[in-house]
Design a protein around this ligand. Structure first.
Ligand code: 6GU
Length: 231
């Protein structure tokens, strides 16, 4: 999978060198490049923002640097499969595990990280003439920019790319993969500071353990996220 990130804070993504994603990058499963939006400006101050037409608070990201950055990142071959361009935005579709699964099958994702009060609307319109475009939100709260959101999306998507997580079994048991939250996990010692591991887990009865875990998932989901049981 090819990933391109356009941002005014490229150093933000230095941590993608480490951990599971770093390993996937070194093994060639994930090919990731980070592009500094300011490299596509032409003035001495490397300006990426300006005041909004119509007035109002804050600054808006100028279209020209975005246009040039995407000229470079998007393939020129109109016959080839176009990448999916994702703009993190609190006004977008909410990111879910199902969306992460869907996105993990893409060959090429481009992330455009906005800052300030947003990006000039024409950038979305123009990008849609040469690629598929999607606005994606992490949830109902406001971040200063898209960088942290993109980091979360890349971690969720990248680990679903075949080969990135060593044991694929560990992916299917997780929270949200079957519409339920995860069951509680325990390891040794069997008794710790007066707290005992549920005896069923020591019984060796695999059928009963599977049933207990499922009940725990349903109970936890009912308590914490009843909305998940409705859908
Ligand atoms: Cl994707 N971007 C920003 N700036 N804020 C957010 C968000 C994204 N998702 C939730 N809040």
């Amino acid at each position: 999978m090819r990933l391109d990130i356009v941002t005014i804070f490229p150093e933000f993504f230095d941590i993608l060198d480490i951990s599971l994603l770093g390993k996937a990058r070194r093994s060639g499963l994930i090919d990731l490049a980070v592009h500094d939006l300011r490299d596509y400006t032409h003035d001495r101050h490397r300006t990426v923002d300006d005041t909004p037409y119509g007035g109002g608070a804050g600054m808006v990201m100028k279209p020209e640097p975005w246009g040039e950055a995407l000229d470079e990142v998007l393939p020129q071959d109109p016959a080839g499969q176009q990448p999916l361009v994702i703009f993190p935005s609190p006004a977008g579709d909410v990111f879910t595990q199902a969306m992460a699964r869907e996105l993990s099958t893409e060959a090429h994702l481009v992330f455009g990280c906005g800052r300030y009060e947003g990006i000039d609307q024409r950038v979305f319109e123009h990008t849609a003439t040469r690629a598929r475009v999607r606005l994606v939100s992490l949830g109902d709260y406001v971040l200063n920019g898209g960088e942290v959101a993109v980091m979360a999306m890349i971690e969720a998507i990248g680990r679903l790319v075949p080969g990135v997580v060593g044991n694929p079994e560990s992916l299917v048991q997780e929270s949200h993969e079957n519409g339920l939250l995860e069951y509680p996990s325990y390891t040794k010692p069997a008794s710790w500071r007066g707290l005992d591991v549920p005896p069923i887990l020591l019984s060796g009865n695999h059928g009963a353990i599977a049933q207990w875990r499922h009940e725990q998932q349903v109970e936890r989901t009912r308590r914490v996220r009843p909305d998940l049981l409705e859908s």
